[in-house]
Design a protein. Structure first.
Length: 181
């Protein structure tokens, strides 16, 4: 009977280790390239959608009819209407800048909201929100950030409304917090 044996020589072992090392490096290279591609994709898509909201002016002047957008404005408190039977909430928002630098140059968010809500010449849109509850923070000069669609009549139909109360961003100290004496 014939006995077949195979002995691994030092040379064969060295060649085999080299091939394994090359395969391992190639695997690391593939993982590294894939990781870089994922990070690049996230950065690019993040920058493309990085703006949190558009202004009322951009909404009205752009081709945004029927598109789902997020828009922010200052609430005109004199226009707030709520029908508890149909649960329809409507109000008007005025244009405010969405640039932090412009807000600071104009005197801060509270001042910008005050000016926009009280200036009859500011660009405005009517907002309608169906199946809504009357929010506590919906008041004159509140900042409203809304998601929804603009219709062909220039009415913004909101699906979601987030409100920021202007007094929470005021630099003034409330009178009850002032200490006399």
């Amino acid at each position: 009977m014939t006995n077949i044996t195979w002995e691994k020589t030092a040379e064969t072992a060295r060649v085999h280790r080299g091939q394994v090392a090359i395969q391992r490096r190639f695997g690391y290279l593939i993982i590294g390239v894939a990781l870089i591609a994922v990070v690049a994709y996230l950065l690019i898509s993040g920058m493309a959608t990085g703006r949190y909201y558009m202004t009322v002016e951009e909404l009205v002047e752009g081709d945004n009819v029927g598109k789902s957008v997020r828009v922010a404005g200052a609430v005109d408190g004199n226009t707030i209407r709520f029908d508890p039977i149909t649960q329809e909430l409507s109000f008007v928002v005025a244009n405010i800048p969405n640039d932090d630098k412009a807000l600071k140059e104009a005197g801060g968010l509270s001042y910008v909201l005050y000016e926009a809500a009280n200036n009859p010449d500011s660009i405005r849109i009517q907002v309608v929100w169906q199946n809504a509850e009357m929010p506590d923070l919906l008041q004159h000069e509140a900042q409203a950030i809304m998601t929804g669609e603009l219709d062909e009549n220039g009415v913004f139909h909101a699906n979601e409304v987030l409100l920021k109360c202007p007094t929470r961003y005021s630099d003034d100290v409330p009178t009850q917090a002032q200490v006399g004496g």
